[in-house]
Design a protein around this ligand. Structure first.
Ligand SMILES: Cc1cc2nc3c(=O)[nH]c(=O)nc-3n(C[C@H](O)[C@H](O)[C@H](O)COP(=O)(O)O)c2cc1C
Length: 326
């Protein structure tokens, strides 16, 4: 049997397979089952900034108002549980299993809502995953200002908790390595690459915007694999691969690119939490069959730093794929 343990955020996990934030973690039985099926940790569904901050009136942009970063049109009652119950739930979860429970904060601005990070620490969370996301439609706001605002938020969360702090990002950063360096200086110890975002569907017949979540597929994982491959070895952060990881091949690609853990969401929603067990056994068998003693032997094996082959990771790979195929 191979050694499936993996180091992430200074935590020693039994497995690199981690349940990503999703409604599955609302249920304590699911969390127990995830542990039994070999999950290394569970990331809880998020506590959203909008849950903790009083709502503001809709700014009158009609169906597009959901895209406005500056209008809190959600009322706290629309969320699954209150902030206090969220803290209680994290407390309960961290006492029913022995694997780490990672609490998730989801927001974009620094405000009193981040004080919850301290409460989550006292409730027994092993780490905090901070999901940064906003849509900026004001042409007077630059990318640099948005990044500054995120850094301010990371620094503020860092101040209220001593827990390991990992940052879940969306993929739309022009110069990601430079932003990662700033995140690390602000106190982040890990990165989750990448959150998969949900765009509204424009229903042309009803002339309205409709929002509903969709599931990913394996092709989506290439984005995380590419950037983890680039960042491994150059960044100090613990790396978690997220977005489109479904099969053993996806998991191996994420690990070989340089991720210490693979966060699974769509795969578990589609196949049930017990699918963790299938991937766990497959990973174990593959490592054995390929004479690797454990997960740590393959983490970063195919990263840019280790391969030194910039072509496939960078612009030349992109140009070649467009000119040599079809
Ligand atoms: C129904 C659903 C609920 C989700 N809830 C959260 C959440 O509360 N917080 C969060 O950070 N991400 C949330 N996510 C995003 C996932 O954790 C994950 O980052 C994303 O779906 C990419 O992984 P996947 O391709 O395996 O689905 C949710 C995703 C889905 C589909």
């Amino acid at each position: 049997m191979a050694d499936l343990t993996s180091e992430y955020l200074g935590l020693s996990l039994n497995s690199p397979l981690v349940a990503s934030a999703s409604p599955l973690s609302r249920d304590l039985d699911n969390i127990k089952q995830l542990e039994q099926c070999g999950a290394g940790a569970v990331v809880m569904f998020s506590l959203f900034e909008e849950q903790c901050v009083p709502s503001r009136p809709n700014n009158g942009r009609g169906p597009w108002s959901a895209l406005d970063d500056h209008s809190y049109t959600l009322s706290p009652s629309e969320f699954y549980m209150t902030p206090d119950r969220y803290v209680d739930h994290v407390h309960a979860a961290s006492h029913v299993v022995s694997i780490p429970i990672i609490a998730s904060l989801n927001g974009a601005r620094t405000d009193r809502w981040i004080q919850r990070a301290g409460l989550l620490e006292r409730a027994g969370a092993a780490a905090i995953e901070l999901d940064l996301y906003s849509i900026v439609i004001d042409p007077n706001v630059s990318a640099a200002e948005v990044e500054d605002r995120y850094i301010e938020l990371v620094e503020a969360v860092r101040e209220v908790t001593t827990l390991p702090l990992t940052i879940k990002l969306c993929p739309y950063f022009t110069a990601l390595p430079a932003f990662v360096r700033r995140l690390e200086a602000a106190g982040a110890e890990g990165l989750v690459l990448f959150n998969r975002l949900h765009q509204p569907q424009l229903d042309a017949v009803a002339q309205k915007m409709v929002m509903f979540p969709t599931l990913s597929n394996s092709n989506d994982s290439r984005l995380a694999v590419q950037w983890i491959g680039i960042l491994h070895g150059t960044s100090q952060s613990s790396l978690a691969a997220n977005g489109g990881f479904h099969t053993l091949e996806d998991v191996l690609a994420g690990l070989m690119a340089g991720a210490s853990v693979i966060e699974l969401c769509s795969a578990l929603i589609a196949h049930g939490v017990e699918y963790t067990s299938t991937l766990h056994s497959q990973l174990d068998a593959w490592l054995d069959a390929n004479s690797y003693a454990g997960v740590s032997d393959i983490v970063g094996l195919m990263s840019l730093e280790r391969r030194g082959d910039e072509d496939e990771f960078l612009r030349s790979g992109y140009a070649r794929v467009l000119t040599r195929h079809w």
